[in-house]
Design a protein around this ligand. Structure first.
Ligand code: LLP
Length: 422
């Protein structure tokens, strides 16, 4: 089989038939750090982050959604690049502050903020807490009054926009748990305006993740502008409109698409209505910054064929990368070494060692005929990959490395059995 059947992605390309991340052969990384291993390209992360910063209108705030990938080194990179952070728990707030994100660039979204998490956000003086229910606003008001501290708040509204994505990650329809109805939002803003320690500053929506179309984002931005204008006419002047995250990536495409171009189109779609109405733009992108910058490197342990199927049993599993199991998500899988000519194409189910039939990384994947110790790379694993990993089946969380040209940094140690006892 010719090597040219397999084509790399972005910063992961074949050089002399060996798959590299930037200038480092993936096989060297496997040798030095073991597998399974998350490998990230520093250049790819920065390219996407800079695309957001360059395209955003002046005065905008690009808040990276920490949930996509909270590795401290990656967070530091993004904080240094000038991004803000969107956090969703006390833990993410801790990580964001630790990484050096400026508190005035941190927003906190989430439906179930605990009192101690609200306190931590007030201790840090973050840009705003985004409220998702009347009860939560009462809780924040109580803490603000006790502390006699003015708290900037935004309200997350549910715009009731249906989007084409996996049902588990569509978030902006009326029946979802997120945000509040437009009517409730108006009453929360009135409550906050009259409260001595609450200061309404923004309005937010997040309609879902992995959305490929620009139109629903524009519709959501227009909806928020309409609501902000309505509030302005009753004397409540907001500073910003937060359009959430959600620009999707092309997981299955064979043709590499520069994410920066899609970011440009997305920005035009959301910025126009917000700018025209004179508000600042806030956004919370996660996946589109880190997904394509990361790959999961894994080694074949055994192969076997049964029931008319060929299985490649690898050393990565659903505890390392949950997306295929949880969402039936497609991640491209490529062989790392194409130096030896191999016999014919085979179709493999690439599966892990976990005791569930749902433990697979890919099904019916065309790959060269595989043997134990062959390396495979699973692409677009930089977002919601390590972030959703677990110790299921007593498996250790994998190591993570960041590649910068010819240099590699170990940015998270592989767990040891001692971690299973803590
Ligand atoms: N802002 C809020 C309030 C969110 O809930 C999310 C994602 C984002 C921003 C970032 O969205 P992004 O730009 O990454 O699409 N585990 C799933 C994705 C869950 C997304 C949850 N919220 C997956 O692996 O596809």
């Amino acid at each position: 089989m010719g090597a040219n059947k397999y084509v790399g992605y972005g910063r992961f390309q074949y050089q002399n038939h060996r798959l590299h991340c930037e200038n480092i052969p993936l096989a060297h990384l496997a040798q030095s750090y073991g597998t399974p291993l998350y490998v990230y390209s520093r250049a790819a992360i920065l390219e996407n982050a800079h695309a957001y910063l360059a395209q955003a209108p002046a005065g905008s705030l690009v808040c990276y959604a920490v949930k996509a990938n909270g590795n401290p080194a990656i967070l530091r990179l993004l904080a240094e690049a000038g991004l803000g952070a969107d956090v969703t728990s006390g833990g993410e707030l801790f990580l964001a502050l630790h990484a050096g994100f400026l508190p005035e660039k941190i927003i906190y979204s989430g439906v179930g903020k605990l009192p101690h998490e609200i306190e931590a956000a007030l201790d840090a003086n973050i840009r705003a807490l985004h409220v998702e229910s009347a009860r939560e606003l009462e809780q924040i008001a109580l803490i603000a009054s006790q502390r006699q501290q003015i708290v900037p708040i935004g309200v997350r509204v549910n715009p009731d926009i249906y989007v084409e994505t996996h049902p588990y990650i569509s978030t902006g329809a009326r029946q979802h748990k997120f945000g509040v109805s437009p009517e409730t939002a108006v009453s929360l803003f009135h409550f906050a305006t009259q409260h001595p320690w609450l200061k309404p500053v923004g309005i937010a929506a997040h309609i879902g993740s992995q959305i490929q179309e620009i139109a629903p984002f524009t519709a959501s931005a227009e909806f928020l502008v309409g609501l902000a204008d309505e509030l302005a006419s009753s004397g409540i002047q907001l500073e910003y409109i937060d359009v959430g995250g959600g620009l999707g990536v092309q997981y299955a495409s064979k043709k590499w698409e520069a994410q920066s171009e899609k970011i440009e189109q997305w920005m035009t779609g959301v910025a126009k209505p917000v700018q025209n109405a004179g508000y600042r733009l806030v956004m919370e992108p996660g996946r589109s910054i880190v997904a394509a910058a990361g790959a999961l490197l894994t080694q074949v342990v055994y192969t076997k064929s049964q029931g008319g199927k060929q299985f490649a049993i690898v050393d990565a599993a659903m505890n390392d990368l949950l997306r295929p199991t949880l969402y039936k998500a497609h991640h491209e899988i490529l062989p790392v070494d194409l130096t030896q000519r191999r016999r014919g194409a085979e179709k493999y189910d690439v599966v892990g060692p976990i005791c569930e039939t749902g433990d697979f990384l890919g099904k019916e994947r065309p790959l060269p005929s595989l043997s134990p110790s062959d390396l495979l790379a699973v692409f677009h694993a930089g977002a919601y990959g390590f972030a959703m990993s677990s110790n299921y089946n007593g498996r250790l969380r994998p190591a993570e490395v960041l590649v910068d040209g010819e240099t590699t940094y170990l940015i998270r140690h592989r767990q040891t059995y001692a971690n299973l006892l803590k």
